[in-house]
Design a protein around this ligand. Sequence first.
Ligand code: SF4
Length: 430
Amino acid sequence: MATHAPMIPRTALKYMTRFRCIGPDCEASCCVGWGITLDQPHYQRLRRALVAGKDARADFDAKIQRIHGPAHSPSRHALMVLQDDGKCPMLSPDWLCSLQTRFGEGLLPDTCAMYPRWVTRIRGHLELTGVTSCPEVTRQLLLADDAIDVVEADPAIFARPLIVHREVPDVAAPYPHLHEAVRDVVLLLLSVRDLSHADRLFLVAYFGHRTAPFFHQESSEPLDVRFAAEADRMADPALQRELAVRRAQLPTGHDVAVSLAMHLLAHRASPVQNDAFNQLIGDAIQALAGDGDALAGGPVEPAKLLAAYEISKRRWESAFGPRLDQYFSNLAKNYWIREPYTLSTNLLVHTHTLLVRHAVIRFLLFGHPLLAGPVDAADAATLLDRAIVEVVHRFSRRFEHDQRFMTTLSERLADRGMQTLAHAACLLAF
Ligand code: SF4
């Protein structure tokens, strides 16, 4: 009698059960500008399928080139050669993948078959989330209030279930050992009723601050008891309310805001790539500063920029507070589920990384040209949705390919001693 391997339990965040690639309708197709590598088996299967004569062989070799020398490995066996306009050579004029159209998913390279899925193995279980460099994933993640619900998932939506992007180690080391417990506490704090999203994030920062002395990458003793005591303490509604009051009384921290503004201004002035992300920064500075100097790429006073940013932020927050809370709450939960805290020294540092990203996203959102000037009330919510989706997917696309912008900003804040609980409150107020 045949025996079957036991089915691996699978879950997904709800937004990934709704995700469908929108192909030709996509505003930022992943088939443009991305060099895709092929592993050896997929290269050979494609070659067998596509090469049926001398001309076809030359065409194939021009479109998919072998990798030689030290850059070669079995998983990096060949490379799709992008056309002069940056498009994948397999993209047809109607913006559909010609490989998928002719042969189905089976012949696609792993990267193409999996993107924008992100599969994590957490001990014996697989979990599907998505990467926000895909605008359709971003829409599904940000625009539905139940997007972050964890649901049982059909294996079919995992595309190739054997690919695991990141693995939560099944080890006894004290810091990673509490992975599920950390996630439970943080998601609980991010869902506390009757508090704003900023207050909830402050609870998470405070939890990181309290646990940092004993719960960190260098911890060598079992931490379960101390961690559980801190987690229980955080569950107290009276403490939660008291912390929200305390946050409101903390200074809003002009120095953090100026550091952020200086970094964005310096980035605009630097001669790095003229990509969509830089364009977004330039547009936001121009829309906020709104004068001839900014239009000409000239100097802009950080104080003037911050004052204009503050006005735009207040305007949109007073009209769309709950909608904005939903965007940033879903982003925050997705971050804690998808990006292991074990990459950060401790939970406060991990929270800071998120807060710095959100501060940049807020600047680009409230400076977005779509939100500048008078807006028809009937269109305002739609414009806000369009602006946040564009900001988040462009930010993520840049971030996934080049982390320097965010790394140097985080280093700038860390060098100035700005990774404390008080500075977390300043970032939340930005
Ligand atoms: S970026 Fe997302 S929606 Fe756009 S073509 Fe790629 S997978 Fe499809």
